[in-house]
Design a protein around this ligand. Structure first.
Ligand code: SAM
Length: 659
């Protein structure tokens, strides 16, 4: 996959309020008639008004665009959809962009169109940092926009999803020959639904030849304004997607209509997947043994943070995408900051090894400062609002902390979600769906089941083969004496300490693998207080001086059990049929390089979101979107290789390969 890096912003010249690219010497849109041009070239030539009006599918109508620019085309498509489509269908927009505008430039460009002001504001509010990757924005209840930042051909090759109508935009082929390459047309064809249409403003020979070679039929149609002609067309039979040839086991099961779902577990993983499904019109029943957020999601404050590997790997890509997604998602869910505070996270390097690791991380990840930057003293202590013990650290300005229990309750508060108390002890496939048996003898039925019960997620027969480890974690709560305040941002090293909430400082969490005990232990308090002293020695001294009771035997707090996978990446996706995999791919035991054509067999309609460890606030919401998107036959919010990285069957293949 391409490097995880900050992308260049374009240099713009403004003419009559409309932006023009200095590098490509071309306009984003014409000020006089940009709207009319978009309407003619992209909307009408793809016959969108009539196709939207006739759309009845449970899956969303998908538009793919090359070159998001100012977003004018996409905002117009959104407005057209709202105007023409029935009220219960959905729209999914995908657009690539290699040189994202800065937020203020985006707002300025779109301010030309007063009647799109509301749409423009929604877009600008969620506008992501210029980092390569997929950024999912929820534009409205029925409309999703996935921005695929990076080079168009590269991004479309990584896209896991298929398109109904293409807006083939981008600066003119003469100005931007690097984009209009055979790889672009081939990727478009491979990501098309049968019968997908396209439209483009240009009639250049390279475009006609490229489209034809990729399997598109085109015709010349009248162009807009002074342009005599443009191209429109379609593809009848897109080529077979052979991307998973090397790993056919990750091939997703065929989508089936999803009307109802049972979600097992009402922590952050279960609640976020329930909300994601309910928003898509699925009737969801959530089964919870104790109470929402009773397990690992139930602390007063949870850190919204990530710890990224020094060298870029899929895990880092996923967690960074997860952190960025969670921030956008929380910002939309709770713009008043009642459920979360994006006040920043400081990750301290308390020893030379960690300092070297952070240095390597920064060298290998040229990311925007708004996302993460390396900081040294005295800035570190200034940011923390008190002296911190480290000389160096990483600063994530937009990360922060969340009230996980309040968040879970908010997510479950949806007309499409029913919360049922009970202990799920059996999950079985029946002819026309799934049954979830509860310990009181009652049975719930649905066509989809999502298991999101942390370390208990592999207690059911179909999930038993997925390795999961319980990890006990205890936090300590220290009432702050008068005159002592906590850090002004989340400070973390081994554990974490967020800003005090209602006069109480939380410190945690201990980390005890293979221990599912939830009683409070003095040893864990001792560990947490030791961490506090190591990270924030000045605060610790102040607490002692003010007479705070810091005896571990007297401390209060909360212990819970989280779940981890052996590779510390969550499981998010369809549950593999482990017996079938063991048969189908048995030859891997003898030859790990053996290739196969048999697609992975799955327990059709059974899904899992688990193994979020102590970073569930960054991972679970994006995993929820991955699962809901798969269930509802939509493009995924992560690149294909990252979806494979999250696949619950990955450890089965690894075990087979290792004999
Ligand atoms: N659709 C846009 C709108 O509605 O405002 C206008 C698109 S503008 C004419 C062309 C866009 O393509 C620019 O934003 C440019 O940065 C982008 N672009 C150019 N080459 C690209 C490439 N290779 N990959 C992705 N985007 C590219």
């Amino acid at each position: 996959m391409p490097a995880l890096a900050e992308l260049e912003h374009p240099v713009l010249a403004w003419e009559n309020g409309a932006p023009q690219s200095s590098a490509f010497d071309d306009v984003y849109f014409s000020r006089q008639n940009g709207r009319a041009e978009t309407g003619h070239v992209f909307i009408d030539a793809n016959r969108l008004p009539e196709r939207f009006a006739a759309w009845r599918e449970p899956r969303p109508f998908v538009i793919g665009e090359t070159g998001f620019g100012t977003g004018l085309n996409m905002l117009c498509a959104w407005a057209c959809f709202i105007h023409h489509a029935p009220p219960d269908v959905r729209l999914h927009l995908i657009s690539t962009e290699k040189y994202p505008l800065e937020r203020h430039a985006l707002a300025r460009a779109l301010s030309i169109w007063p009647d799109l002001a509301a749409e423009a504001e929604t877009l600008c509010r969620q506008w992501p940092e210029a980092v390569s990757g997929v950024h999912r924005l929820q534009l409205g209840d029925r409309v999703i926009l996935d921005l695929h930042f990076g080079d168009t051909a590269e991004r479309l090759a990584l896209l896991d999803g298929r398109v109904d109508a293409w807006f083939l935009d981008g600066f003119a082929p003469a100005q931007n020959p690097a984009m209009w390459q055979p790889a672009l047309f081939a990727a478009m064809a491979a990501r098309s639904r049968p019968g997908a249409t396209f439209a483009t403003f240009t009639c250049a020979g390279v475009v006609k030849r490229g489209l034809k070679a990729a399997g598109f039929h085109w015709e010349k149609v009248p162009g807009f304004g002074r342009k005599r002609e443009m191209l429109a067309g379609h593809i009848d039979t897109p080529p077979v997607d052979n991307r998973r040839q090397a790993a056919p086991w990750f091939m997703p099961p065929a989508a089936r209509p999803a009307h109802s779902a049972v979600v097992i577990g009402a922590g952050i993983a279960g609640a976020s997947v329930a909300a994601a499904l309910a928003r898509r019109g699925v009737h969801v029943t959530v089964v919870e043994k104790t109470a929402p957020a009773a397990g690992g999601s139930g602390n007063r404050q949870g850190a919204l943070y990530v710890k990224l590997a020094a060298d870029t790997n899929h895990q880092s890509r996923f967690y960074l995408a997860g952190l960025m997604y969670s921030r956008r998602w929380l910002g939309t869910l709770d713009p008043e900051y009642r459920l979360w505070q994006p006040g920043g996270v400081l990750q301290l390097a308390l020893n030379d090894r960690e300092a070297a690791r952070q240095r390597r991380f920064s060298d290998h990840h040229p990311l925007p400062r708004q996302l993460v930057s390396r900081q040294a003293q005295p800035r570190l202590s200034e940011e923390a609002g008190m002296n911190v013990a480290a000389q160096q650290g990483l600063f994530y300005p937009g990360a922060g902390w969340v009230r996980p229990a309040a968040l879970c309750h908010r997510l479950l508060d949806h007309a499409g979600i029913t919360l049922t108390y009970g202990e799920a002890c059996r999950v079985e496939r029946h002819e026309d769906g799934w049954q979830v048996g509860l310990s009181d003898g009652s049975v719930l039925e649905a066509d989809q089941v999502v298991v999101a019960s942390a370390h208990l997620a592999n207690r059911f027969a179909p999930t038993r083969a997925l390795p999961l480890q319980p990890v006990r974690g205890q936090i300590s709560e220290i009432p702050l004496p008068a005159g002592v305040s906590g850090p002004s941002r989340v400070v973390c090293a081994g554990g974490y300490a967020p800003p005090a909430l209602d006069g109480v400082l939380t410190v945690g969490a201990s980390f005890v693998p293979n221990d599912a005990g939830t009683e409070l232990r003095a040893d864990d308090h001792r560990h947490n207080l030791g961490e506090l002293k190591r990270m924030l020695p000045e605060l610790y001294q102040q607490l002692e001086a003010a007479g705070a009771d810091l005896r571990p035997e007297h401390a209060s707090g909360r212990a819970a059990v989280r779940a981890a996978s052996p590779d510390k990446t969550p499981y998010a996706g369809p549950v593999p049929n482990a017996d079938a995999w063991a048969d189908d791919y048995a030859a891997l035991r003898k030859d790990a390089t053996r290739t196969f054509t048999t697609p992975g067999r799955h327990h059709d309609g059974l899904w899992i979101s688990a193994a979020h460890g102590s970073r569930g606030l960054s991972s679970a919401p994006l995993c929820a979107e991955v699962i809901a998107s798969r269930i509802c036959d939509e493009p995924l919010p992560v690149e294909g290789p990252l979806a494979d990285h999250l696949h619950p069957g990955r450890r089965l293949i690894r075990a087979l390969k290792q004999g």
